[in-house]
Design a protein around this ligand. Sequence first.
Ligand code: FBP
Ligand code: AFP
Length: 323
Amino acid sequence: MQSVELQLTQDQVSPDMAELVLTVLSASKTIAHKVRRGALAGVLGSAAQQNVQGETQKNLDVIANDILKEALLASPHVRSVASEEEDNVVAGNAQGGYVVAFDPLDGSSNIDINGQIGTIFTIYRAVDDAAADSPAQFAQQGRAQVCAGYVLYGPSTQLALTTGGPSRLYTLDTDGEYLLTQAELAIAVDCQEFSINLSNLRHWAPTTQAYIQGLQAGKDGARGKDFNMRWNGAMVGDVHRVLMRGGIFLYPANTQSKLHNGKLRLLYEANPMAMLVEKAGGKAVIGAQAILDVLPENLHQRVPVILGAANEVDAFLSAEGYA
Ligand code: FBP
Ligand code: AFP
């Protein structure tokens, strides 16, 4: 099995970007170590701080954010950093060729129950006519991502990564190396599993309610087949399931609640996951538009997210009247 470092070379990733990816991965190993030790490392429980979304940050959110930020700001290749846990863009090296955005700890409600959590990250080329601390550095469509990935801290620590080619899966070995365990992830076009927070049903558009009720009707309904349902409370775990065994994941617009644009953030959640899914043969949309085509309006923008098996995403679009 080969190391991620060797694979990046074989994938002809430029030395600067490869070094940057390895910087992110090195930080993720430090986070993985703390996650593994859990309460022993003093990383559980709530910290008395709130993030920009007004959510209470867990200790581990703060710790993971600091680890990644410190590592990236020390890198000569990083011009700017954006994080779910930072209100504004943080300036790095003015000569750096790349900008990096991340959700340091996705699924924070799973921390206290020893459930799946993860780090999601994305890399773009820096914008030369904008300051290093300007949000303009990140006002780029998801199609401009040069690298996208997540690290899933589960029973084993795994890395899903694309640098523009296939989405590949690596597993963290006990000696601290990410080793290639699946060279090309592929999402089957059809599926029989969906992932959504059903408690929000009353908040969805009638068309979205009807689509989900169609899945629930199973063999007895118009779809003519049964579907199973899974919900993790952490996008990183749910999207990982879709990448590994197919399915569709939805966090739709909650038109009747304050989450009228959905809950997930475009920059550091939706876009990296959309790139990984598209590179694995799946689809990722907010509605009529592909996630990767959305031009961001602000750093912490939320979007609806529907991604996974191509035919099932099409079935959603047709139920919504888009196709
Ligand atoms: P497996 O170990 O065969 O996956 O079964 C797990 C299980 O028995 C329970 O742990 C779990 O609560 C239940 O199945 C989930 O069932 P469903 O597929 O109906 O959600
Ligand atoms: P946190 O990291 O704040 O827990 O948010 C996780 C998340 O944004 C995403 O990973 C999940 O898919 C989603 O929230 C779960 O949302 P519900 O609270 O609606 O289940």
